[in-house]
Ligand binder design. Sequence first.
Ligand SMILES: Nc1ncnc2c1ncn2[C@@H]1O[C@H](COP(=O)(O)OP(=O)(O)OP(=O)(O)O)[C@@H](O)[C@H]1O
Length: 649
Amino acid sequence: MNGKKILIVEDEFIIADVLAGILKTAGYRAGGIAGSVHEALEMIANDKPDFVLLDIYLKGKLTGINLAHMLGEMNIPFIYISANSNQKVLEDAKVTNPYGFVIKPFREKDVLIALDIAIYRHENRLESGERQNALIQKKTAEILTGADSWEQKMLQMAKTLQPYLTFELFTAGLRQDEDGDFYEICFSRIGFDEYQVIGAAGLMVITNRKLHELKKLKTATQVDQIATWYDENEFIRMQNASPLKKLFAETYGLRSHLAWPVKLGDGQVCDLNFYSRRPDAYHADHLTHCNRLQQTIADFIQGMMRLAGSPLLSKINDFVVNHEVSPPDQANPFSGIVGSSHLLLTVFDQVMQVARASSSVLILGESGTGKEKIAERIHALSTRNDKPFVRINCAALPTSLIDSELFGHEKGSFTGAIDKKIGRFEQAHTGTIFLDEIGELPLESQSKLLRVLQEKEIERIGGRNTIKTDVRIIAATNRNLEKEVAEGRFRLDLFYRINVFPIVMPALRDRKEDIPDLAKHFLKIYSRKTGKAVHGITPQVLESMMRYHWPGNIRELENLIERNVLLTRDDMITNMALPTQLEQPEVTQPTATGAVTMQDGERAHILAALKKCNGKIWGEGGAASLLNLPPTTLNSKMKKLGIRKDYGV
Ligand SMILES: Nc1ncnc2c1ncn2[C@@H]1O[C@H](COP(=O)(O)OP(=O)(O)OP(=O)(O)O)[C@@H](O)[C@H]1O
């Protein structure tokens, strides 16, 4: 005897009664009789049945087809028992994925056989679901431990899901608040097993939106709390409250959607979004996959977040990155750092001079000139190269967390100190700490840092003992630290401590001869990453690149090449939209530290933009948009540089 509990949803009492009798005789348990969708939902909420026999026309406004959709979402199997054989109704019933359809009037045998087959099929499906889950679990574990790049690992996960949750566009990103950085990785299917990987820079090009605009769209986009599917009409409707999804739909011609929020613990959620060009690609069955794979995919994403270089890192970890610094290549200790200009070769010479000593190094240079890369090489070429290299981005370190992050804390030393925490100085013991953007460190933290540098020991918050540390310090900044000291924003004694061996990274505009090699280098990287075979850049484009001022230096060049690789339809870059050439600011030659010109350069650059925009900062045609900066950032830069808001008006 079967013993399964069956709910009958039927508004004709006599038929319902007959059905109940048939089921009882056959050994099924009674799950009740409901005459309307409303009643059925109440009964299900009280006592979930194993199976439902469902009539189509019921009491009340809602039909059995409406209920069928809900049953699908609740993962409750059902078969229809109906006298209705109208073509339209049958079509509607079909999309709800029933396990069977029995036409009234029925014979006892018809009902029992249909039910028997349905239960067998359902159980079989559950069993094969378990098998699928085990398979995907194994596959995702292999992906995690493989040697591929971070993006390729995400792509492999997406490809693993493709047979179950089909898509033409797949996006993944951590749910973000307004303070969070925009990050969304997207995969667009362009062939049977061909995908285009699209990062933030690519999205900016494809959608013609700035990063802060994308972020605004993302924060305004409605999120689902559980996995939800949208057919064409529902997808169109939901786009009113989901501007980022609307943008994707318009850009890629997408017509149906499945949103799958994967809960990661700690309150974090990673939103996986599947989109299709078919109007009805998703249905309730897909939700069953999502439910079943929830844990497997959450484990995978958490694993991915822990990998070095993960752009999905949570905000709290944003300021600390522990690097695996690649060991030096004996033949070329600077492999991976492209360029042979005399200015760059001077930097290499300086690195060779200082690397094996344990002295502190201060790397100066504009943003994007390669300061971090040089810091990594100093560590890799030092005697500490088999010890940790810990990077701290001082600009992103929240003041309230500085002490605990740098020096650690004992369990219970303050509210929220649930466990003991080892600080970054302790983690870097015998290795190197890279204090990036040290010029941004608040004065109060500067004195604490100075103490560690002087005493070479730290004390955990709430700790009783001092701990000896042996850490080499490399610091970097794009600020003019002498000016910062003169204006009281940086401690003179700390400046002396870190300014033992200054290295100045040249701006790209001062070593233009390196541009062709750098362009080739990034072209190779991004054509491999995006799977597009782009082999070169025309001489005309290279010429315009040589004329450009490169305020964002190598990072800007890298981003531009990435965008253009994505944009080009040829195997050559024949046209490159360089940002609007601003009036070239008067750049004074670098001083001994090279630092004075950096701020002056930035100032002149902003002034030129303001002049061009007649003093307008916000909105279209404003200086912020011209400089590709969020207006708030431009405003604070202007404040810092003492530029009046009415300049250029
Ligand atoms: N000579 C180089 N060859 C190849 N890639 C480079 C070179 N210099 C810098 N890069 C690349 O340019 C980007 C910016 O470099 P990096 O982060 O080291 O600059 P930075 O001066 O530390 O910038 P910021 O001050 O804004 O942090 C990175 O992706 C880096 O890999």
